[in-house]
Design a protein around this ligand. Structure first.
Ligand code: MN
Length: 736
């Protein structure tokens, strides 16, 4: 914990000169002098001159192998915030890159992180956004935090705890995700020291009293392994080193996984570094030959890397006197990734396929950001970020042996959507390790999961999946599907809106030339066809007001060679909103009808019809959100396709599928009572499930076959009268 090292520019220069890498020394010295002058007279809480802090951060970054600009950025990271120096001055003296890094770190500093929970999530997101623009901003911030943690004891008590919490909850997980092990472990140990000083002292004490014993043990093991290796052929001699586990790492094993200190096998650990992957497996064979392996303790992170790209073989074996110890085997490349993570990209630029690894590592950042954009529910955002940032995850295998990384507690639905959206939409079941499981089954580490999909092209997700899915990726894909579900309607309304605008702007494009005319816009909005484009206009993804000017200019350019003056749009007098058509479809049964899946109307509901192209009439409930939205759009071209319809006078005898959701206190016999009511009323259950919620309640959902709203009302009344029922709702459910 002692880290009151004195940092000076001379020591930094010495260190830079010993590095293999090329640095622009004069730029770094200029940055130092500039920062020293700007911070002149300012002091740290420790009483030291302020410049010690940026120097210390620069030292840590140099250790990680970061480049000249990052080190200059570190030197200058507090000048814009804490001194009269402006960003423009930094840009003039040190260039755009350094200025961008300083600006990025300054912006991160302005964000007060540890306030209310929802605020915290937003702030984390801002950090993520910053890091996705230039990851070096985040690496500087992590090192800034590391030095602040090393000197935290000079801060007032209440600040210590908040800073430590923030470090444990946000910065350490980010360092973990970026794979920067040394920074992550030191941040955790420092934070842990402030959050639970007693536990920290206890573990430190345990490690201290056994220190000599442990060191002697490790030394013997290393010698025996080296002896054995001397008979083998290696490209270069393997490096064998003893490994120290972090205090917090041991704490987690003991207090979170309820292990005794004796069970924490990897407090004794040996690491072996070799040249090739083949040598890794050779060494594994040799180790298992020399020592007895403990069953179920072998992990192959080479063929199945962790989400942060960590690769190694882990095995635990028994040494002499039956003392277990862990052996980690890896190549030098894997070692660089394990120690420096994303920073290895700078440290060993040639050695590692930098670009690819960096891309893969940033993929999770993008996932979180995309999830964030798809949602405006603050609670959900907090959940997503907590889920996605929690260090624990599982790896599940496809039947073909590909590995899929998911957060813990992920279900079949999450897995299916991670593989592919279309597989997700068409999922009807799954097999885990060959056994059939339900869709809400929570996958475990190492399971092999096979998704069973429907052959029916119209098959889609159920809204209840939104409850089952844990990842926001799956949830947003499910929601997107429901948005597309009303595509037919969206295409029609989009087309009529565009036609109308074309008329106003006096644009006449022959139908067969339309696609070519719109080609640029299709590409810009990621539409594969004109229909996609209409649909996007229909649901509001493309705003006509934003594109018409451009379309008109293009039209004049391409179609009007005699440069006519562009005419101002004219208003067609017939175009005033027509009142909704009052056509009465008395005999619905003569039409092709389909029930809209967005609202799932039942006989007895107030309904309205939409004339689709080629699929007859789709029937919506009058209180359907899509109908409501259409009325608000008040688009005459679309409005005339909405028609008044009603159920044929005789109630339909054929029954229709609908869903119910019953929420009650979790008690023995709840499901039995509910199904009993359904049985008594002779209502067939097509499929049902029940889940225990964390708050002690249980949720029972079922797809049932019902004759009409009267019967449904009756059913719901009866269910409400059962003991300890909280609510009974009608659930929108897909026809399966
Ligand atoms: Mn700072």
């Amino acid at each position: 914990m002692i880290n009151d090292e004195v940092y000076t520019i001379d020591l930094l220069i010495q260190k830079i000169l010993t590095e293999d890498k090329q640095y622009d020394l004069s730029k770094i010295i200029t940055a130092y002098e500039f920062a020293a002058k700007a911070h002149e007279g300012q002091k740290r809480s420790s009483g030291q001159p302020y410049i010690i802090h940026p120097l210390a951060v620069a030292f840590i970054l140099l250790e990680l192998g970061m480049d000249t600009d990052t080190i200059c950025g570190a030197m200058l990271h507090d000048v814009v915030e804490d001194t009269p120096v402006t960003l423009d001055e930094v840009r003039k003296r040190f260039g755009q890159d350094v200025a961008m890094l300083v600006d990025g770190v300054t912006k991160l500093n302005k964000v007060p992180i540890f306030n209310r929970e929802e605020q915290q999530a937003e702030n984390v997101l801002k950090m993520l956004l910053a890091m996705s623009q230039d990851i070096r901003v985040m690496i500087i911030k992590l090192c800034d935090r590391l030095h602040n943690m090393r000197t935290l004891r000079y801060r007032p008590d209440h600040k210590q705890r908040n800073t430590a919490l923030e470090t444990m909850n946000i910065y350490a997980p980010i360092a973990h995700r970026l794979g920067i092990r040394a920074v992550k472990e030191e941040l955790e140990d420092l934070a842990f020291h402030y959050l639970d000083p007693y536990a920290y002292a206890e573990i430190e004490h345990i490690l201290e009293i056994k220190k000599e014993e442990r060191e002697a043990f490790i030394t013997t093991i290393k010698e025996r392994i080296a002896q054995r290796f001397s008979d083998e052929d290696f490209l270069t001699p393997p490096q064998i080193e003893g490994r120290v586990k972090s205090v917090y790492g041991i704490y987690k094993k003991i207090f979170i996984n309820h292990k005794s200190i004796e069970e924490v096998y990897d407090k004794y650990a040996v690491r072996i570094i070799v040249s090739t992957v083949a040598e890794c497996y050779n060494v594994l064979g040799l180790i298992h030959d020399m020592f007895r392996p403990i069953p179920n303790r072998f992990k192959d992170y080479i063929s199945t890397p962790k989400a942060n790209m960590y690769q190694s073989l882990h095995t635990t074996v028994l040494g002499r006197e039956g003392i277990p110890f862990e052996v980690q085997i890896r190549t030098w490349d894997m070692h660089a990734t394990a120690e420096y993570g994303i920073a290895a990209h700078w440290k060993y630029k040639e050695g590692i396929q930098g670009r690819d690894k960096m891309e893969q590592r940033l993929a999770w950042v993008r996932r979180v950001i995309e999830a964030q954009q798809a949602s405006d529910d603050v609670e959900e955002i907090v959940r997503i970020i907590k889920n996605d940032i929690a260090p624990e995850e599982i790896v599940v295998m496809t039947p073909k042996g590909d590995s899929v990384t998911l957060p813990v507690n992920s279900t079949i639905i999450d897995y299916a959507y991670r593989i592919h959206s279309e597989i997700g939409h068409k999922t009807i079941g799954a097999k885990v390790d060959g056994k059939i499981v339900s869709l809400d089954y929570q996958l475990q580490m190492g399971e092999i999961c096979e998704i069973v999909t429907s052959k029916d092209p119209g098959k889609g997700p159920s809204r209840s999946w939104l409850e089952i899915a844990k990842t926001n990726e799956a949830k947003s894909k499910i929601r997107a599907w429901f948005k597309r579900e009303c595509r037919e309607e969206n295409i029609v309304s989009g087309k009529s809106a565009l036609d109308r605008e074309f008329k106003r702007y006096q644009i006449h494009i022959p139908a067969e030339e339309l696609e070519a005319f719109l080609a640029d816009d299709l590409k810009r909005h990621h539409c594969n066809s004109v229909d996609d484009f209409y649909a996007a206009i229909g649901y509001g993804g493309i705003l006509l007001s934003k594109i018409m000017t451009r379309l008109r200019e293009r039209y004049i350019r391409n179609y009007k060679n005699t440069a006519e003056t562009a005419q101002a749009p004219t208003v067609d007098p017939n175009e005033k909103a027509r009142s909704t058509s009052s056509i009465l479809f008395d005999d619905v049964e003569n039409c092709v009808i389909k029930y809209a899946q967005c609202c799932n109307p039942l006989p007895g509901d107030d309904i309205v019809g939409f004339i689709t192209r080629g699929h007859g009439i789709s029937v919506h409930r009058k209180d359907c959100v899509n109908y409501d939205a259409a009325m608000k759009r008040n688009d005459p071209g679309e409005a005339e396709r909405w028609v008044n319809i009603q159920w044929a006078t005789a109630p339909q005898t054929t029954s229709i599928q609908t869903g119910i959701e019953v929420l009650g206190t979790d008690r023995i016999g709840l499901v039995h009572d509910i199904t009993g009511v359904l049985h008594d009323m002779r209502i067939p259950i097509i499929h049902s499930s029940s889940r225990n919620l964390k708050n002690g309640n249980a949720l029972f959902t079922a797809a049932i076959s019902i004759a009409g709203t009267d019967q449904l009302k009756q059913l719901m009344e009866k269910l409400k009268r059962l003991p300890e029922i909280i609510s009974v709702e009608r659930a929108v459910q897909r026809h399966e």
